[in-house]
Ligand binder design. Structure first.
Ligand code: AMP
Ligand code: MG
Length: 414
């Protein structure tokens, strides 16, 4: 058990240091499950997958037209070939093409033996059974070779890939109907605070609605997670400790909000120390300075601050990457880029700030960002108005309108 007395003058950890310290204690889950292809969207692929077949399995036509042999073409002159049959998608022309012959062929239809070229149907003229090809007929066109998408035994996806809709299409095209994925993470979350009231209850003086639990539940909506809502726990050390111990036995990860600081009613750190191993950090980040992190048995614990915007920032910067690592997902890089900032930003030196911004794109495609509203850590309304973080480095001391800043969009649509 680590010493829970956090030295008053201990240096603040940088965001990167805290992320690295968390990453250092995580053991990726090993359990996998075999699921039907249609149930693996967003899940983490457990093993590399190769294609058992070539895709396409056979050469086929890339458009509706006429299949012919390049050897029958008369260069720079109009020429005619006799149509001897039709190759439909799913119903190929079974015979071999002889000299002077051509076939009607449709997109996706197997190219008959003897055909090495397809011409688009708009380019020919029909004269009875005779097909008249133009003088500029090009040979060897409009045929998709067998294996031109994927060769047999070619690697399709590597372990750790978070499966997308396109990945699922790719696996289906290879005939793969079942996929081994990492099992879902069992994640328990609760709020702590005597002032908190659940939705549906009237608010008495001094009370507020518990918004964190609902925000967290939504942040945890991911096919890789199996979240469970453990409710509101009063600021009562015995109750908190009991909750931690029983919940840790049933989950891979526990997340609490509130009570994580050093006030007289902040018990999370002490309770965690009594139940397991605690790391308590003050991180040079705003919002979200205090973070209790540790383990209770094999269960990871994140004690997030109570302020709702701090919950958002600590979740995105510390919890989400940890969950990805635990789930076995390949590390990914948060999209960040520089844009012009049209607001003046206030900032003191020392902490890395994630201000809430509104990224905009004008008619010429030029991007700019403005502040989304008030930046206090209880101001969820402005955070809801935001579509990006404006990331300000610790040594930054404010931004004048017109300067460039780094943004991290929340989504790919504005
Ligand atoms: P604490 O970290 O417990 O000192 O809480 C910091 C601030 O966040 C206080 O103003 C709390 O009232 C508020 N807060 C704590 N938990 C929640 C919650 N679940 N929902 C909304 N606000 C909360
Ligand atoms: Mg509290």
């Amino acid at each position: 058990m680590t010493d829970i007395c956090y030295p008053a003058r201990a240096p603040l950890l940088s965001v990167l240091q805290a992320q690295q310290a968390i990453a250092a204690v995580i053991n990726t889950i090993q359990d996998t499950e075999l699921l039907p292809l249609d149930q693996v969207l967003g899940r983490v692929l457990a093993t590399a997958l190769a294609s058992p077949i070539a895709i396409p399995p056979q050469a086929n036509a890339a458009m509706d037209g006429y299949g012919f042999a390049a050897a029958d073409r008369v260069k720079d002159e109009i020429f005619s070939l006799q149509q001897v049959g039709i190759s439909w998608a799913g119903k190929p022309f079974a015979k071999k093409l002889q000299a002077g012959q051509c076939v009607r062929i449709f997109t996706g239809a197997v190219v008959p033996e003897g055909v090495d070229s397809v011409i688009a149907q708009e380019q020919i003229r029909r004269d009875g059974d005779s097909i008249v090809f133009p003088a500029d007929t090009a040979p060897y066109k409009n045929i998709r070779a067998a294996g031109s998408d994927v060769q047999q035994d070619q690697l399709l996806l590597t372990a750790g890939k978070v499966l997308t809709a396109v990945d699922i299409g790719l696996l289906a095209s290879a005939g793969i109907s079942q996929v081994a994925v990492k099992r879902r993470l069992k994640i328990g979350f609760f709020s702590s605070g005597d002032e908190l009231v659940s939705l549906g209850q009237p608010l008495l003086p001094g009370q507020i609605y518990d918004s964190n639990r609902h925000q967290l539940r939504a942040l945890l909506q991911n096919p890789q997670y199996q979240p469970s809502d453990l409710g509101i726990i009063k600021d009562d050390p015995a109750l908190l400790e009991q909750t931690l111990l029983s919940a840790a036995a049933a989950h891979d990860v526990l997340i609490s909000t509130g009570g994580a600081s050093v006030g007289d009613a902040d018990f999370i750190r002490q309770c965690l120390a009594n139940c397991g191993v605690v790391e308590f950090w003050k991180i040079a980040v705003k919002p979200g300075k205090p973070l209790a992190f540790g383990r209770i048995g094999d269960c990871l614990f994140f004690g997030l601050p109570g302020n709702p915007v701090a919950v958002l920032v600590s979740f995105e910067k510390f919890v989400r990457p940890a969950l990805a690592q635990l789930a076995g997902a390949r590390p990914c890089h948060t999209l960040a880029f520089k844009v012009r900032c049209d607001s003046r930003l206030r900032k003191g030196a020392g902490r890395q700030e994630y201000q809430r911004g509104l990224l905009r794109q004008d008619r010429n495609g030029e991007l700019s960002v403005i502040l989304a509203g008030g930046q206090d850590s209880h101001q969820l309304n402005s955070a809801s108005n935001a579509n990006c973080f404006i990331v300000l480095e610790p040594d930054n001391q404010g931004v004048e309108a017109g300067e460039m800043v780094t943004v991290e969009p929340f989504q790919t649509v504005l």
